[in-house]
Design a protein around this ligand. Structure first.
Ligand code: BG6
Length: 479
């Protein structure tokens, strides 16, 4: 078989998100986002760092872009903080806030790095939560349109690649971490799917705006995606894995590419009273806002088995401690499927299954089903790193993880998958969504702890030098 390898125009880079990396959360005209509030609570309850300083990228962005250039990046995926640009969600723009993104994008372009911009990465302006409970209300869709139209207009001549909303499927699972949900509403699980419907409308509007305003622009959602394997070859488990795929994956991809809700998933949700309310005209809008590509965030695969009808409805658990085996539960969708650990796979310290083959599987599977270009916009190993006395970080475990996943991408391309970019998580260390800063992903070590932001000094890890060589060799030098 002819091995094609990575094409010359393949985009090599890495990703971050605004609230996890920027800091300057409540200064320079920015007001709070829901993540500033959620992370303050995480600090008080669990001692995880807040988003206030994060990796202080706001003040270090030139140094950070220089490090990206040194690694040879040709792309960088990052998000814009809505509440930095519109501190109240709508209305007056914060000139200093938008200037930060102008400067960042110019800095990237000067260094030949293609910006891949995400419009929304979990950080809704807090003002909109106070006004109408944020994503719980349909009102958010028009405010998102106002914000997205402004950003797309501002950067239409400089940004070609746009991703709309980060990880809707993950928001449904972990809604109290990704959205602020008042305690009294947390037992109403239909709202998870209602939020998702509002996001589908917002996503479609953003796609339409990119198509209207950006010459040659390409737009898609960034989805947290895991292929689902059956626990055993028992037909009931195989059926459960199909059900889980329909509700976790198909339910989003069918919206983005076909403009429909996956029927099996919808029938199940209706039978449980969980289906979203859909208004006349919604599905037409969703169809009109089609995606050009799919941005995939892949960390691990999932495993499912049959679930009795009598089981109680449950959603995914979290490992809060970073001690293997401390994951506090798995999703149960009664009579449809239940998630479970995969005994065939090793896991990270936070119980995420490590499965490079899963990446090859999903790239081929999605290519075959939808025939659209794909980007990897997240992939990485959350791990404890140690800074040695002579200022080094020997993260061979991260190199092994990334190398195996790059091999899988290559294999999937040899079998016909069209992959445009590899942007692992994360360009530099940053605040994890659920585990503070001690769980690290970056090529660059940011010297701080959960308790002490110190100076946030940047230190190149061993994986930095490995990735640089990989990019130099256009994906050939994997050793
Ligand atoms: C993805 C998110 O789900 O996973 C990122 O888009 C996140 O924001 C990443 O940081 C890793 O998850 P965590 O919880 O380890 O930070």
């Amino acid at each position: 078989m002819l091995k094609k390898g990575f094409p010359d125009d393949f985009l090599w880079g890495a990703s971050t998100s605004a609230y996890q990396v920027e800091g300057a959360a409540l200064s320079h005209g920015k007001k709070a986002s829901q993540q500033d509030i959620i992370n303050k609570d995480n600090y008080e309850k669990r001692g995880f760092a807040t988003a206030e300083i994060a990796s202080d990228h706001y003040h270090h962005f030139k140094e950070d872009v220089a490090l990206m250039k040194e690694m040879g990046f040709t792309a960088y995926r990052f998000s814009i903080a809505w509440s930095r640009v519109f501190p109240d969600g709508t209305g007056e723009v914060n000139e200093e806030g938008i200037q930060f993104y102008r400067d960042l994008i110019d800095e990237l372009l000067i260094h030949g790095i293609e910006p891949i911009v995400t419009l929304y990465h979990y950080d809704l302006p807090w003002a909109l939560v106070e006004k109408y409970h944020g994503w719980l209300s349909r009102e958010v869709v028009k405010d998102f349109e106002y914000y997205a139209a402004y950003i797309i207009e501002e950067f239409k001549d400089k940004v070609k690649y746009w991703t709309t909303i980060n990880e809707q499927s993950i928001i449904v699972q972990f809604w109290t971490q990704k959205c602020f949900i008042p305690r009294e509403l947390q037992s109403n699980h239909q709202l998870r799917y209602q939020i998702n419907h509002h996001m589908n409308l917002a996503h479609a509007i953003a796609c339409r705006l990119v198509h209207e305003k950006v010459p040659g622009g390409l737009v898609g959602a960034a989805i947290g995606y895991a292929p689902v394997y059956p626990l055993t070859s028992k037909p009931e488990d195989v059926m459960a894995a199909q059900n889980a795929h329909d509700l976790h994956n198909g339910y989003y991809l069918d919206i983005y590419f076909k403009g429909i809700y996956t029927e099996s998933a919808m029938i199940y949700l209706e039978s449980k009273g969980l289906a979203p309310d859909i208004e006349p005209g919604d599905m037409e809008l969703i169809k009109e806002g089609y995606s050009d590509f799919l941005a995939l965030n892949y960390y691990s695969s999932e495993c499912a088995k049959a679930c009795l009808k009598e089981e109680e409805l449950r959603f995914a658990g979290v490992n809060w401690t970073g001690v293997k085996g401390a994951m506090d539960g798995h999703e149960h969708q009664p009579g449809f499927f239940q998630m479970c650990p995969n005994p065939m796979l090793d896991t990270t310290d936070w119980d995420w299954a490590i499965d490079p083959t899963g990446l090859e599987y999903l790239l081929r599977d999605i290519s075959m089903r939808y025939n659209k270009p794909l980007m990897i916009t997240e992939n990485g190993l959350g791990a404890y790193d140690t800074l040695t006395e002579d200022g080094k970080v020997h993260d061979s475990y991260r190199i092994n993880y990334l190398r195996d996943h790059v091999r899988s991408i290559k294999k999937s391309m040899d079998f016909g998958a069209k992959v445009l970019a590899y942007c692992p998580w994360s360009a530099i260390d940053l605040l994890s969504t659920s585990n503070g800063v001690k769980k690290r992903y970056g090529f660059v070590y940011v010297d701080r702890t959960d308790d002490d932001p110190k100076e946030c000094t940047r230190i190149r890890k061993d994986s930095f030098f490995w990735y640089k060589k990989l990019i130099e060799s256009k994906g050939e030098d994997l050793e």
